[in-house]
Design a protein around this ligand. Structure first.
Ligand code: IMP
Length: 181
């Protein structure tokens, strides 16, 4: 059974995503020129975006990853954020750019901003591919946003439902019968 059959509608094609990533890359190239940032991808959802984004940035940078769990297998944020794998870099005095797949309630980001500011970073900014502003609970905003999404559960290009669909090249909405089971 093909994954495409589970998708009700496509919100962003791979071309739309490519255009958004290139735009972000150009902006970040300007803003981080001569800053040698530590670009931190938030696993696992941001992995495909992170890999494309850093290749769209033409400046010196380092990459690292952090793995946090905020969801389990549900479609609602639990509010509790646990660090499953920390970064390896020392960020003291460094410019940190956090790379997220989506800002939903904002709780994950709130915790990560607290964490990195507490580690003495020179600056901590956030680049998120998607933003779902209608669902925001925490008072946080991403500094760089690729695309805005309506209040629907989306999958693809890193975003999952029960760990599936991350490898879809586009971003779409699941058919309700898939997540209402
Ligand atoms: P927040 O803490 O509610 O902002 O949630 C952040 C995390 O929840 C994201 O990094 C995603 O992994 C996950 N998430 C939020 N909304 C969606 C969605 O529509 N589809 C898939 N994952 C989502």
């Amino acid at each position: 059974m093909r994954m495409d059959n589970d998708i009700e509608k496509i919100l962003f094609t791979s071309e739309d995503i490519k255009t958004a990533v290139q735009k972000l890359g150009q902006k970040l190239t300007k803003d981080y020129q001569d800053k040698n940032p530590v670009v931190v991808g938030i696993l696992r959802g941001a992995a495909p975006f992170m890999i494309d984004l850093v290749r769209a940035m033409d400046c010196y940078l380092e990459i690292d990853f952090i793995d946090v769990s905020s969801y389990g297998d549900a479609t609602e944020s639990s509010g509790a954020v646990t660090i499953l794998k920390d970064i390896d870099s020392d960020v003291t005095g460094r410019h940190v750019l956090l790379v997220e797949d989506i800002v939903d309630t904002g709780r994950t980001l709130e915790k990560l901003l607290e964490l990195f500011s507490g580690r003495g970073a020179a600056s901590v900014k956030v680049c998120s591919l998607l933003d779902k502003p209608e669902r925001r609970i925490a008072n946080v905003t991403a500094d760089y946003v690729g695309l805005s999404v309506p209040n629907e559960f989306v999958v693809g290009y890193g975003l999952d439902f029960r760990q599936q669909y991350r490898n879809l090249p586009y971003i779409g909405v699941l058919k309700p019968e898939i997540y209402q089971d």
